[in-house]
Design a protein around this ligand. Structure first.
Ligand code: SF4
Ligand code: FES
Length: 198
């Protein structure tokens, strides 16, 4: 067993566990968006940040990917953590102001829409990848994928065509935290052989 502290409390976990896993095991809340217990971690949203001091220096890391080590001191609510988290929630809220999950996060962190709010977008996809991983790891098919790169990166089906593999189970829409998958789902299902040009 590996022993370390979270917010001054001594905790233990097994080799290979992440800080997030040990925190949850001990009832310590760390907010997450792109994490799901049934899926492999992905590290996309950065909401799960914590501060880790290894005795030499202190840095902010993403807890869903960071493996535990003996003797580290983890802070889940330090001022540095709070600043990064608020900034992330602000970006999420400005992109998906109508999403209940994002609104809930904003309320928790006291974040209100900024004047940089994107016009006309209420349920933006944050590329958290939950839908892609759920489709692959839980349902066992590979209907969804990341298309394009950089700013134009998006969730779509391979070759932007309707997938014959899609079971229409809706797991992707269920797991999507923002509501963005509803539209993608309709598009992927509705294309029926047409190609989708951008
Ligand atoms: S559609 Fe939803 S679940 Fe899929 S990547 Fe975007 S926000 Fe995440
Ligand atoms: S939950 Fe860790 S990066 Fe998203």
């Amino acid at each position: 067993m590996i022993t370390f502290t979270i917010n001054g409390k001594e905790v233990q976990g097994q080799d290979g566990w992440t800080i997030l896993e040990v925190a949850r095991w001990n009832g310590i809340e760390i907010p997450t968006l792109c994490h799901h217990g049934a899926l492999e971690p992905y590290g996309a949203c950065r909401l799960c940040v914590v501060e880790v001091n290894d005795g030499r220096r202190s840095r902010v890391v993403i807890s869903c990917m960071y493996p535990i080590r003996a003797g580290i001191q983890v802070q889940t609510e330090s001022p540095r953590v709070a600043n990064v988290r608020r900034w992330i929630v602000q970006l999420l809220l400005d992109e998906s102001p109508e999403s209940p999950k994002i609104q809930e996060l904003a309320k928790t962190f006291g974040v209100t829409p900024s004047r940089f709010k994107k016009a006309g977008v209420d349920f933006a996809c944050h590329l958290c990848g939950l839908c892609v991983r759920a489709c692959q790891e839980v349902v066992g098919v590979q209907v969804l994928t990341f298309g394009n790169r950089g700013l134009r990166k998006e969730i779509t089906s391979p070759f932007n065509a309707a997938s014959k593999e899609c079971l229409g189970c809706g797991t992707c829409t269920y797991i999507c935290p923002t509501g963005a998958m509803d539209q993608v789902f309709q598009r992927v299902k509705g294309l029926e052989g047409e190609s989708h040009e951008h």
